[in-house]
Design a protein around this ligand. Sequence first.
Ligand code: ASP
Ligand code: MG
Length: 408
Amino acid sequence: MLIVQKYGGSSVADAEKVFNVAKRILKAKEEGNDVVVVLSAQGKTTDGLIAKAKEINPKASRREMDMLLVTGEQQSVSLMAMAINALGGRAVSLNGVQVGIETTNSYSNARIRKIQTERIENELERGNIVLVTGFQGVNSHGDMTTLGRGGSDTSAVALAAALHADVCQIYTDVDGVYTADPRVVKDAQKLDEISYDEMLELASLGAKVLHCRSVEVAKKYNVKLSVLSSMTNTEGTEVKEESKMERMLISGVAADKNVSRISIMGIKDEPGKAFEVFTLMAKEKVSVDIILQSTGRDGRQDISFTIGKDDLDVALKALEDNKARLTAETIQHDDSVAKLSIVGAGMASNPGVAAMFFEAMYDAGVNIQMISTSEIKITVLISEKDIDTAMVAVHDKFKNASVNMRKN
Ligand code: ASP
Ligand code: MG
């Protein structure tokens, strides 16, 4: 078998952990597999590098930031090669340029376009374990780029796809994907499997276990993906095409606190206003999430939407600068809001899921500010202070519901 493994920063944080992982890698090799391993930077290295840069130049160019950040992953792979070699194995470390992980040009948020497999395949043929830096590649200018925070997951899945690996194992400090954050919801359950679509929703809705784009790539190339613990030998969660006939109604509850809401009140109720508002946001590269437009009264209407907290200042400035042209009466904002979502592929065919969700919110005394839905998810915007209570209440509601359903 050809196995691609990925170990996150917390799994390789110090020498002891590096050796723990080195032994796991060697075990996979000794079982007769070809092994390619993607590593993240050790512990909080990336945060540390960003802090260093800020001390020197808070407005550093993205190119130089990438040049700096790629060093974190290079430390991890070279140290891991040394550990494996010290244990009597044979490993070689490679960075994104050496492999030929070709990306788009956009520094700090590049996308993988193509991966050259020759160098890796040659090293495997020589009997080497190949250690590849996560989170990075090289663009058409020959410069190093990074894939955005958490991007090593995507490196691993993309490598697995390019190499036609049999499986891509993502090792982390939790032992799988849970129905809710186990730190908040004490009886959250580990899922033994989840579909690509559900995982994609959960990842983009704030579940931090996998980088969103890694799931996109896995789905596109049908990569068999597992999320596992680097500390234990328990079975993890498999992310794959929908397969179970019988399933729980909801596969997960996710919370995202990185949200602010903007409300533009009293805009003239005429065609083109929403277009103007969201063109402004697009110009500022602000991505907009939930949108709510009120029905008009007295020729006026309100438009509310949510954005990431980091984008609030730019967004407000752009709107204030154009307030008159937008015919807005007032522009309000709130950054103490959070999103709570439920995700489940069974939702589409089970009426009543929304009612149960809202009942749980009502029972918990939580007020809903905005609602958004898709075929497999429902998201509500609520006050940030209510998020943990709401998460527990919603998780409870659906946990009981699935038990009842099986009984009937
Ligand atoms: N080291 C990078 C980060 O901290 C990439 C990763 O860990 O996946 O974001
Ligand atoms: Mg990560």
